[in-house]
Design a protein around this ligand. Sequence first.
Ligand SMILES: [Cu+2]
Length: 132
Amino acid sequence: MYIYLPLMKTILKIGLSLALAVAFVIPLSARTVDATGGSGVKEIAVTNRGLVYDVSEIRVNVGDTVRVTYTNGGGRHDWVVDEFEGAKTRVISAGQSETVEFVADRAGTFEFYCSVPGHRQAGMYGSFVVVE
Ligand SMILES: [Cu+2]
């Protein structure tokens, strides 16, 4: 019985480490910014780590004026939603940021993405949801 105690402690430590790793990694890659509450301009900050945005879903109301500030966390990237006029930053370098403002004038689920070739395919995208 006592012989197994150190082994059990080791197993518990490994299990705890894995649980903590999962707890910290999953929310980072699946963060939703719900801006459907409140009034006025909806200010949303987005950054990236490698080829992943820190935000996986943005929610606004139809008719909202949306101001997105994209801060480049590394590499050369932009932030684009094809369906909305003005929802496109320039391609910027690490450490730079750019703000774009547009009106979410139609309801639906759209995609924001990085237009640098290959990045969208590599996973650099998220959902832009406009709620009726
Ligand atoms: Cu990119």
